[in-house]
Design a protein. Structure first.
Lengths: 218, 146
């Protein structure tokens, strides 16, 4: 789903609408009494929800990409490791994507926090797990002779990719995921969403060693 | 608007200038052209054009943020269908200040001279290097003119 606050203009528009809605509720409450504000709030909320849904239906993602960063013979590869640590399959995909080029690699592990984690402010666990995946991934790449940078990304993997493209740039994106059956549907959504949003070669790489990552978590 | 005719509004550009919007029905070709432009320092967007049941937002009321925010628009949709010609007509009228590069088959170039007037015309198939040179050329010309 497209983030409705991707631009400053959208966020500012949301702020103005919110201020206007609260003003309308306050005026209704002052004029008609405290309980008059409740139906005004309900109507405004329903109106906002309908407006958002209609806008969603009419919005289309056009894949975009920033310019190449780095020298002419350099190939920048962004590796998103989602739900597991990188293994030999990622190493092979990096080598394949950089044939004939000098490679620079950035590994990003999204800190996946559930809605419940947010409600209970327990996002530290998601961050710690992403940190473990990142540490393992960088160690495995180093063992294979690949020097990579790494960082923890936004909990939304698509936002994490966009953030990385702003700072690192990338000529191709590898998305490492657990094998079919072990993944959840959100992982498939990430691959499809990335292909819809970014005009770059995007390869899904099935990571074959989720058991090791699971063991390392404990 | 008739049932089934959907007008879609693309998202704004998340990247800086210079920006090139590539409209190409063949996704692989569009991505290949985009790769060449990226290497040359351009932000890119790749639009496959309107599907059969859709209408290009440029031709509708909403407009297209991707086209309005571009510095150059490359259309490889051809001129063979009414939809493709509608897109080109909308680009010409609504994005009048944005240079247009049109990829057409040789016979289309002869058949639709009015539609192509004022556009940089490339005969397909266009190689990425050829497109980069054309983009650099139209931007240089625009810089001289304005």
């Amino acid at each position: 789903m497209r983030n409705p606050f991707r631009t400053e203009a959208e966020a500012f528009r949301f702020l103005l609408v919110t201020v206007g809605a609260f003003a309308a509720i306050a005026v209704a409450s002052l004029v008609g009494g405290a309980w008059v504000g409740v139906p005004v709030w309900a109507v405004l909320t329903a109106g906002a929800a309908i407006f958002y849904l209609v806008q969603q239906r009419g919005t289309r993602e056009i894949p975009t990409a920033p310019p190449h960063v780095g020298g002419e013979g350099e190939r920048r590869i962004l590796v998103i490791v989602d739900g597991a640590a990188a293994d030999e399959s990622i190493v092979g995909a990096i080598e394949e994507a950089s044939i004939g080029y000098r490679k620079r690699v950035l590994v990003v592990c999204p800190a996946r926090a559930s809605q419940v984690d947010h409600w209970t402010s327990a996002v530290d666990g998601a961050h710690a797990q992403a940190q473990r995946y990142l540490g393992e991934s960088l160690a495995r790449l180093r063992d294979a002779g690949i020097e990579a940078q790494g960082e923890i990304g936004d909990e939304d993997p698509l936002r994490a990719i966009e953030d990385a493209l702003r700072t690192f740039g990338a000529d191709s994106i590898l998305i490492g995921t657990p094998p079919e059956g072990l993944e959840d549907s959100s992982v498939r959504d990430v691959v499809a969403g990335a292909r819809a949003r970014f005009a770059l070669p995007i390869t899904r790489v099935v990571i074959n060693a989720p058991a090791q990552a699971t063991a390392a978590r404990g | 608007m008739p049932l089934g005719e959907v007008s879609l509004s693309p998202q704004p550009w998340p990247w800086g200038h210079p920006r090139v919007l590539i409209e190409h029905a063949d996704e692989a070709v569009g991505m290949s052209l985009a790769g060449g432009l990226r290497q040359a320092g351009y932000s890119v967007a790749v639009c496959p054009g309107p599907a059969q049941s859709q209408r290009c937002p440029l031709a509708g009321d909403q407009g297209c943020e991707a086209a309005h925010g571009a510095d150059v628009v490359v259309s490889g949709l051809g001129l063979g269908t009414p939809q493709a010609r509608e897109v080109l007509a909308a680009l010409r009228s609504r994005c009048a200040g944005i240079p247009l590069i049109i990829e057409v088959a040789a016979e289309e170039k002869e058949e639709w001279p009015d539609l192509l007037e004022g556009c940089e015309v490339l005969v397909s198939p266009v190689a990425p290097d050829e497109l980069v040179a054309a983009v650099q050329g139209v931007l240089a010309t625009q810089g001289q003119g304005g």
